[in-house]
Design a protein around this ligand. Structure first.
Ligand code: MN
Length: 302
């Protein structure tokens, strides 16, 4: 083993930080409290209370402060695992928003929830964003993004419409999920999640077919589950952050359009689309043009 991880309380963490003052590095990774480079090893302390000692004399240095915690046991994709067990793990969860909305982008978020944070997030009221009002989502997302590491991918309308001619929405989603997972794994490295849970939008085989030809495909310890937002707080957190990112994009687009763009794909959407067409606005940068709403709006337009 080339590293040692210990778990400490926050007071101890501050003491350790102080002890390493001359060795502190300026850059601290996402979710980190401090990083230090000693002649003998490197140290990274995380908000979760975990401190990672790497290289050289990692064991000796770590032993000054605590005893090592057991190495993370990951749950392989092929392992049959119950949902109730999955929900207790330190996991990355990913989810997407905006796929059924005529106006606005698709946003995909992956986030990492260490199991030590599960009860805190439960108390905050983190759950599937579909069960929350937008006001509550904004409130919770602002808290979440300070607590957990995450990655946001936004596919804006111009690009969506350009690639839509040759690519299914399923493939777009798969590419976005994969990219979010790659970025987040880099961010939290060297910490590895015990499992990765994707809110299932396609069967596993189809998902990986979509990703064929990609240079990096996240596959290790990946699990697919339907209604995964209620299965693991990492997926629920991702659903909240993704909706928050979507709402912010919608605000920007509404401002650009000079009208509040409605969510969803119902009649109100057709009406606003028709209004914009009458004003001569090109919807390419605002809407998912292949939706039936485009034709309906054209008919509605005077
Ligand atoms: Mn979902």
């Amino acid at each position: 083993m080339s590293n040692t991880v210990i778990q400490v309380d926050l007071t101890t963490m501050q003491q350790i930080k102080t002890a390493y003052t001359p060795f502190l590095k300026e850059k601290v990774p996402q979710g980190g409290v401090f990083s230090a480079k000693l002649p003998t090893c490197s140290i990274t302390a995380y908000k979760s209370g975990k401190i990672l000692f790497q290289g050289g004399n990692h064991e000796t240095e770590a032993a000054k402060w605590g005893s090592p915690v057991a190495a993370t046991k990951t749950v392989r994709s092929s392992e049959p695992v119950s949902n109730s067990f999955l929900s207790t793990l330190s996991a990355i969860g990913s989810d997407e928003v905006g796929t059924g909305d005529y106006f606005g982008p698709i946003t995909v978020v992956a986030s990492f929830v260490d199991k030590s944070l599960i009860s805190e997030l439960q108390q905050l009221g983190i759950k599937d964003s579909k069960q929350l009002t937008d006001e509550k989502i904004i409130l919770l997302a602002k808290k979440l993004i300070k607590i957990i590491p995450y990655s946001v991918q936004i596919l804006r309308n111009e690009k969506y419409n350009d690639i839509q001619a040759t690519m299914s929405q399923g493939k777009m989603k798969a590419l976005l999920h994969n990219k979010a997972l790659i970025q987040l794994l880099e961010k939290i490295s060297p910490i590895k999640p015990e499992a990765i849970i994707i809110d299932q939008f396609a069967v596993e085989k189809t998902y990986y077919n979509y990703l064929r030809g990609q240079s990096t495909i996240v596959k290790e310890n990946v699990h697919f589950a339907t209604k995964a937002e209620s299965l693991h707080l990492a997926v629920a957190s991702s659903s909240i952050i993704a909706r928050y990112a979507f709402l912010k994009e919608m605000d920007t687009l509404s401002e650009k359009a000079g009208v509040t763009l409605p969510k969803g794909a119902a009649t109100q959407v057709d009406r606003v689309a028709a209004q914009l067409m009458e004003k001569g606005v090109d919807l390419h940068g605002f809407a998912k043009l292949h939706f039936a709403n485009t034709e309906k709006a054209k008919k509605m337009k005077k």
